[in-house]
Design a protein around this ligand. Sequence first.
Ligand code: HEC
Length: 320
Amino acid sequence: MMPDGSAVEGAQGNFPFERALFGEPLAPDILGPILVSTFGAPWIKPDPLASSERMTPEEIAAASAAIPPGVIGRQGTSLLYPVQTPDLIGVKDRRYLDHTGLQQHRSIADLMRYAAINQGADDLASYAGFIPAGTPPQFQNLPDPATQERYSDEQLYALALYVYALKPPPNPNKFGAAAAQGQKVFEREGCANCHNPPLYTNNKLTLAEGFKPPPGADKKYDILPISVDTDPYLSMKTRRGTGYYKVPSLKGVWYRSMFGHNGWCATLEDWFDPRRTQNDYVPTGFKPYGTRNSAVKGHRFGLELSVEDKQALIAFLKTL
Ligand code: HEC
């Protein structure tokens, strides 16, 4: 939903899911199993969910309220480290799906598979013996249609064709003098090494901070073996973790918000503000629950530009 009230179909949604789902404190016996099945990753030591299990329903409601529109505590991520809601416009050209590149996208069949898996098949998967739909025991007999059926292949194919057909809204930002200067800055600063036109992504995976790919990974995946040093949690400690972060496309940034994979920065101006890497920074988008200040680290590209160059760069990005 845009500020003027118009809706852009397929774009990054901004419905506040967490506030709607968990905004009112739920009874602990209902809340506990929901949290474990949605976010649990108990095979990781120390268990990353342990801190939220110790939280009271009121604290969970407050943590949910801290998740801004445009960011979502999607199943398999974490209520404490939710993800930027992705834009589906242009997904046809993305070689990996999810911020962590959890699934390859080689053909329409992969998008169909992705839809089926996210419709609930992932809840039936075994993560080192942990089955989200099956644990804890009180979940086993819960008649949850999402975990019991999926769309037919025909429906999934039609759905995927529809997603492929999504088109961006007309861009109100014309390519003028400022954008032309910004394009020069973009080229000079080496942004195109990763965000190269025409897709404004090289469609590759980068490494989460601290991750070493296993031998042979470079033959299976298209990896740029460097890290932009953003927060490693999502990719290292959740069920959607892979050890990688994909290079996002910059197309459509003019109608998007909540930048970075956890959606820390509400605007591009904030994303390119060097103060964001300092510990006393107050993020304008998602900030981890219970913190007042929190550095948004990594991706230092473009932070040290002059005021004019930065404005021009942002003007250029908004034309994409
Ligand atoms: C070495 C590769 C690389 C270079 C060079 C690079 N980026 Fe990025 N960029 C990334 C990756 C990876 C991310 C995702 C980081 C994350 O969220 O963890 C990203 C994220 C972004 C985002 C946020 C997008 C979103 O949807 O959240 C913007 C905007 C951006 N880059 C612009 C730029 C600009 C402008 C430059 C040049 C000044 C640049 N990048 C240079 C790899 C790169």
